[in-house]
Ligand binder design. Structure first.
Ligand code: MRU
Length: 351
């Protein structure tokens, strides 16, 4: 399995996704501040992986905190949460993971005989539990989603919602993996995904690793391929799904959804329940991260655009729920109207 991130006795080890596909190198974070920096600079990226990385960052910070009393450890922990929450604003999994670690801290601290040592051990165990649960959720998503894909044909995906974006197996790519494991003969078209090139670099690398036939296309080629009948389904991941089913995902996802609708192609979104944000009523309320202009003006250190030209770099866009054929989660497949189906599945499967 692709080792996206890993808890080790020395710290948290990350596969450096900024170096892929040409170099397979690892970065060891030994402080929570380093984990925050690794998330911000996208050494690790993808909503579920960001969430579990933050949880491991908190576990690491608490493990190495020099404080010796519970109130001091609590104050230190608050600072760690604030630092990690300031890394990337769109993926709700980040805030979900921090909140879960906060709750665990409170529960552990309220136990009779609680010590700083028992909290440290308990938080490390919680972060590792979240890691294991993420992989299990991806596998269940794969099982739920695979029957939706055609038995053969082309499947388009945007960005990287694979093993590299999770603790393993992937969401959108997990659905594709599961379909292939069940005997489907799929050909994946990976949008290159300007400007960070997650499709060209990461999706292509990871699918080739698994010997799944893959073709990289520039983002502006999708319409033409759809018109030629080469794309039979689209499956993407999500960074946040609002209560009405609007989906925030990598910039350019909205374009793909409109094209799919125009060509009568189903558009599926695969995401774990930790990506669903029932407190946010619709996509307009989702914060969209603005990334540095340098990601657009330069590639591999080389300038592409004239000095001083205006640059926009929103990292995500919102696909209105009306374009989404189904949402695939580990709890099951949701169909429109999402404002009802999301609430119903939440109530039926609340844990
Ligand atoms: O900016 P990134 O690379 O973190 O964006 C990732 C995506 O948009 C993914 O599609 C999303 O996080 C889902 S990952 C399973």
């Amino acid at each position: 399995m692709i080792p996206t991130l890993q808890w080790t006795p020395e710290g948290v080890r990350f596969l450096d996704q900024t170096k892929l596909p040409l170099e397979e190198t690892y970065v060891l974070a030994t402080t929570y501040q380093q984990v925050a920096d690794i998330i911000t600079t996208m050494v690790v990226r993808g909503a579920p992986a960001i969430g579990v990385s933050a949880a491991m960052g908190l576990a690491l910070g608490v493990k190495d905190s020099p404080t010796t009393t519970l109130p001091d450890l609590g104050a230190d922990f608050d600072t760690m949460c604030t630092t990690l929450a300031a890394t990337r604003p769109t993926a709700v999994n980040l805030f979900w993971a921090i909140e879960r670690m906060r709750q665990r801290f409170s529960t552990l601290a309220a136990r009779t005989g609680a010590t700083t040592a028992s909290i440290r051990t308990g938080l490390i165990a919680e972060a590792q539990r979240m890691y294991d649960e993420d992989i299990a959720a991806c596998r269940r998503m794969g099982a739920h989603g695979a029957p939706l894909l055609p038995k053969s044909g082309g499947v388009l995906t945007h960005c990287n919602a694979g093993a590299l974006a999770t603790c393993g197996y992937g969401t959108a790519l997990g659905v594709i993996r599961s379909a292939v494991e069940q005997g489907s003969t799929l050909h994946v078209y990976a949008d290159e995904t300007r400007p960070f090139l997650q499709g060209a670099r990461l999706t292509a690398w990871e699918l080739m690793h698994d010997h799944i036939p893959t073709t990289v296309i520039c983002d502006n080629m999708a319409a033409s391929l759809m018109r030629q009948g080469k794309i039979n389904a689209v499956v993407v991941g999500a960074d946040r799904i609002a209560a009405n089913g609007d989906v925030a995902n990598k910039i350019g996802t909205y374009n793909v959804a409109i094209l799919a609708r125009e060509h009568g192609i189903p558009f599926y979104v695969a995401a774990p329940w930790s990506t669903i944000d029932l407190k946010t009523s619709n996509g307009d309320a989702i914060p969209i991260e603005q990334r540095p202009a340098l990601e657009v003006t330069h590639h591999a250190g080389k300038q592409l655009t004239p000095h001083g030209v205006g640059i926009e770099n929103p990292a995500f866009d919102v696909t209105p729920a009306q374009y989404v054929t189904a949402i695939i989660t580990e709890r099951g497949v949701l169909r429109p109207p999402y404002s009802e189906s999301l609430q119903e599945l939440e109530a039926a499967t609340a844990i």
